[in-house]
Design a protein around this ligand. Structure first.
Ligand code: SAM
Length: 472
């Protein structure tokens, strides 16, 4: 039975409802009248429900697909402007007791070296990331209660926030660790994490159980209900995601939106972010079974429809995606990307030599440095942003959403993005990037509508040139 407010995953992600949704979408994929009605509703920029969005996903009429892309781009401009927030993943440990059949960290894999960073190594890793210019990290770890207990994760977070770098501290640590208890979520909240991220992998329960045959992650309901426990533990910024390529994408898409609707219905606030990872080739994983599952075109359509359906939710793509694919989806609503990433444990301080036993999770498609990514974004007309102000000012959960829904995020975020870009240009950028960035800042400052805010931003930009940092 489908019940959006139920706390039982079988009811808020009801298989029956998803199947009915897919049937409805199939029956209506050429129903121009209905498609126009849904696009009309979408153009109000307040979102769509999973049934409506699924009809658009099923629709292959080229002109209608173009309309979807155009709308996604407009919504992105309205809510996020041309800012793209940058972050880096930090792999703490690849010890894992789970048996996920698509992940090289699975317990039985003897080809990879197991490694867990010591606190001294974390200082070196994070310093290497800070030397590149990063201010926002997403920490990643396998699930292993003995090697990576919650106390270890908390100690790592404390170490990271405590590192004093000449250009300032890490300002936001997001956390991507396995589903855990309300008590542990409370501890993560106390440790001042940013977003708690957990990928659902797949919403298809039967497949989920087959893809996770052993270990604590096998429990579909415990995993799917994790965000409810995180919210109960006080974390109000949670990040959803599906690992596209494991199951039928239309099923996943409907499940993902139903999950977002459930959080909104129960807690009054939807997910802070949605990640759209695609399965990648990895060590000990059968490439014939898991090989990027969905085409680039379908991927782009999914990104556009997520943007249309949940306009206030940030969208993240990682370095699993190539430069070409990133360029394709940036205008369709992506708001955060990683840059200069390594997916090996300890890979920032000491990049791995390929011939050696790897600790890497998957191959990175975008291997450019952070400066190359910043340079490329500027040339494409985006503002690379290192901003973390909302979180640090307590604008999380419903307070962030309220700002976003009123399109106020633009007034607030635009100047903040420019100031953090200016810091990057002063402290890290190569000459070419610096020159491009300075011109961009000059142009973008003029666009701040409120005169007082514009003047403050001008002043801060000058102060940053004179060596001051971290304006909020
Ligand atoms: N251990 C935590 C968990 O189980 O949720 C999270 C950390 S894991 C390092 C982060 C994510 O990597 C997983 O949630 C999964 O979606 C993704 N992943 C695993 N294998 C992958 C592969 N072969 N290609 C792309 N992404 C993969």
């Amino acid at each position: 039975m489908y019940n959006v407010k139920s706390l039982n995953a079988d009811e808020f992600i009801s298989d029956e409802e998803i199947r009915e949704t897919l049937k409805y979408a199939d029956e209506n994929k050429n129903n121009i009248k209905l498609i126009n009605e849904i696009l009309g509703k979408a153009s109000k920029k307040k979102g769509l429900n999973h049934r409506e969005a699924s009809v658009l996903l099923a629709c292959d009429i080229p002109e209608k697909v173009q309309e979807m892309y155009k709308l996604a781009n407009e919504i992105k401009q309205d809510y996020y402007g041309n800012r793209i927030v940058l972050f880096a993943p930090l792999y703490l440990s690849n010890y894992c007791v789970n048996g996920c059949v698509y992940c090289p960290y699975h317990m039985k894999n003897k080809h990879i070296a197991r490694k867990k960073l010591t606190q001294e190594e974390i200082v070196k890793e994070v310093t290497a990331l800070q030397d590149m210019g990063h201010k926002r990290l997403a920490i990643e770890a396998g699930e292993d209660p003995v090697n990576n207990p919650i106390e270890y994760i908390l100690e790592c977070i404390k170490t990271i926030y405590g590192i004093k770098h000449k250009n300032g501290a890490i300002r936001r640590v997001n956390v991507n660790i396995a589903a855990t208890t309300v008590e542990n979520y409370r501890k993560l909240k106390e440790a001042e994490i940013g977003t708690y991220i957990l990928f659902q992998e797949t919403y298809h329960k039967k497949s989920y159980e087959q893809l996770h045959p052993t270990g604590p992650k096998h429990n579909y309901n415990y995993h799917t209900e994790a965000m409810d426990r995180a919210m109960e533990g006080g974390i109000d910024d949670v990040g959803l995601g599906v690992l596209f390529g494991l199951e039928m994408y239309r099923y996943e898409f409907a499940g993902l939106l139903m999950h977002a609707e459930h959080l909104e219905a129960v807690f009054g606030v939807g997910p802070h972010t949605i990640s759209v990872p695609r399965i990648k080739r990895a060590d000990d994983i059968d490439p014939d079974v898991f090989d990027n599952g969905i085409s680039d075109d379908i991927f782009a359509k999914i990104c556009a429809l997520i943007r249309i359906s949940v306009p206030y939710t940030g969208m993240i793509i990682s370095t699993r995606e190539s430069k070409k694919v990133r360029e394709m989806v940036l205008p369709l609503g992506v708001s955060q990307i990683s840059g200069g990433s390594r997916t090996s444990v300890g890979g920032y301080d000491k990049p791995e030599i390929k011939e050696e036993l790897t600790t890497e999770q998957f191959d990175v498609s975008d291997t450019r440095s952070l400066d190359e990514v910043v340079n490329w974004l500027i040339k494409l007309g985006y503002i690379p942003s290192f901003c973390t102000a909302c979180y640090r000012e307590g604008r999380t959960g419903d307070r962030f959403m309220a700002l976003c829904k009123n399109m106020q995020i633009l007034n607030c975020c635009h100047p903040n993005a420019l100031m953090t870009l200016k810091e990057y240009l002063e402290d890290y950028a190569k000459d070419d990037t610096r020159e491009l960035g300075m011109k961009l800042i000059e142009e973008e400052l003029k666009k701040i509508p409120n005169e007082k805010v514009r003047q403050i931003a001008y002043n801060h930009i000058h102060d940053i040139e004179d060596g001051k940092r971290d304006f909020r």
